[in-house]
Design a protein around this ligand. Structure first.
Ligand code: MG
Length: 382
């Protein structure tokens, strides 16, 4: 085998109408664990480091839905049958000049990184391989609703996708086939291509009926890595005429003292994100001893934390910040603060909360000596 890295294309077949799953729109565009079925299926391949191109084969009526998918995905229109759609996807993919192809049904959104890796590993030793699960239940033949005989299940497997092939071989096999095959393994077999079975997993289920959505959501939520971080900060007052909180300048009889712009609220939020990532705090990333950060706009820190979250494979799901002070009044500018934070970390305002409390005139905040702030951030793996 050549040690040169293969050029791999993943074709996601999503041109069907999925009538058995119910709902107002085809199943691939229905909601599942906070996203759409298609988003989960496509992302699994988009996020795999060894997949060079992802091609979605879609129905011509789904152009509006397709337009909302990442631009890094290539899209092409499928045919009337599954076989025609796969062939359309294969012929479209020729432009990428791939050596290998993984063909996957869009209705299997729980496919994992490891399953994709297993398919690619199998292709190092054979020209075709596919995931399957050994049949565990007894299998019957029936006649007029009565068991006629029991089938020997020891050599029976349930087929799954992805199914993986040497690109040119499966392209040719599809071009030569003249009936609608159940899957690409059947097409390959009819062309004389030997297909290796890879151990799959029941979690890689195909969404077929309405109850499958619930099962798939439980699996996907179980795979999620959810992280929570907290942040806390205090800045004391000094002479001045305004404070900056969450990037908003608010007139006040004093200002906050600090090395940067002393945005105590934005610092707490930034530390909450670093905390969720177990990546230290602001002081570690932007040392106060470094004159470069004197008077710095704190949005630099927050943007850095948000980018770090993305680099580590997390999306920020929500932020909750509490500002503790007697004055100035936060309520009137709270929405403006949320909108500003929303722009910096690219998160919608309905996932950002900024609220305030006094400390009942107790302690340093109660005496008006400074402002403190607490924040919580939730991050979820992409
Ligand atoms: Mg600070």
């Amino acid at each position: 085998m050549s040690s040169q890295k293969s050029n791999v294309v993943a074709i996601i077949v999503g041109a069907g109408r999925g009538v058995r799953a119910g709902g107002d729109v085809p199943k691939q565009w229905q909601a599942l664990a906070g996203r759409r079925v298609a988003d989960w299926s496509v992302d699994a391949f988009l996020n795999h480091p060894d997949i060079n191109n992802v091609v979605l084969v879609h129905h011509p009526d789904d152009a509006a839905e397709v337009a909302t998918l990442p631009t890094s995905i290539a899209k092409c229109v499928g045919g009337e049958t599954r076989g025609q759609s796969v062939l359309a996807g294969l012929e479209f993919s020729e432009r990428f000049n791939p050596d290998q192809v993984l063909i996957h049904d869009i209705a299997r959104p729980c496919v994992t990184n490891a399953m994709i890796s297993d398919c690619l590993e199998a292709l190092r030793h054979s020209s075709a391989a596919a995931l399957g699960v050994k049949v565990q239940d007894a299998i019957w033949h029936s006649s007029r609703n009565k068991v006629s005989h029991t089938v020997d299940r020891t050599r029976l497997w349930r087929a799954q996708t992805p199914q993986a092939f040497a690109f040119n071989q499966i392209l040719q096999a599809h071009q030569n086939q003249n009936h609608d095959a159940k899957d690409d393994v059947e097409v390959a077999r009819e062309a004389g291509i030997e297909v290796t079975i890879i151990d799959g997993d029941d979690s890689n289920l195909k969404i077929t009926t309405p109850s499958d959505f619930l099962k798939a959501a439980q699996i996907l939520r179980g795979n999620m890595d959810i992280r929570v971080g907290n942040g806390f900060d205090v800045h004391r007052f000094e002479d001045g005429d305004h404070v900056i909180l969450c990037g908003i300048k608010i007139p006040h009889e004093k200002s906050l003292k600090g090395h940067s712009d002393a945005d105590v609220a934005m610092h707490a939020i930034t530390d909450a994100i670093y905390g969720a990532l177990a990546q230290g705090d602001i002081g570690q990333h932007f040392p106060p001893s470094d004159p470069k950060w004197a008077g710095a706009d704190s949005s630099i820190f927050l943007r850095h934390a948000a980018n770090l979250a993305s680099e580590h494979g997390y999306t920020i799901q929500n932020i909750d910040c509490t500002i503790v002070c007697e004055m100035p009044k936060i309520g009137p500018v709270s929405l403006e603060m949320r909108e500003n934070l929303s722009k910096i970390i690219n998160l919608s305002t309905d996932r950002i909360s900024v609220k305030a409390t006094t400390s009942e005139k107790l302690g340093f905040t109660g005496r008006g000596e400074g402002i403190s702030s607490l924040a919580t951030a939730t991050l979820v793996s992409k």
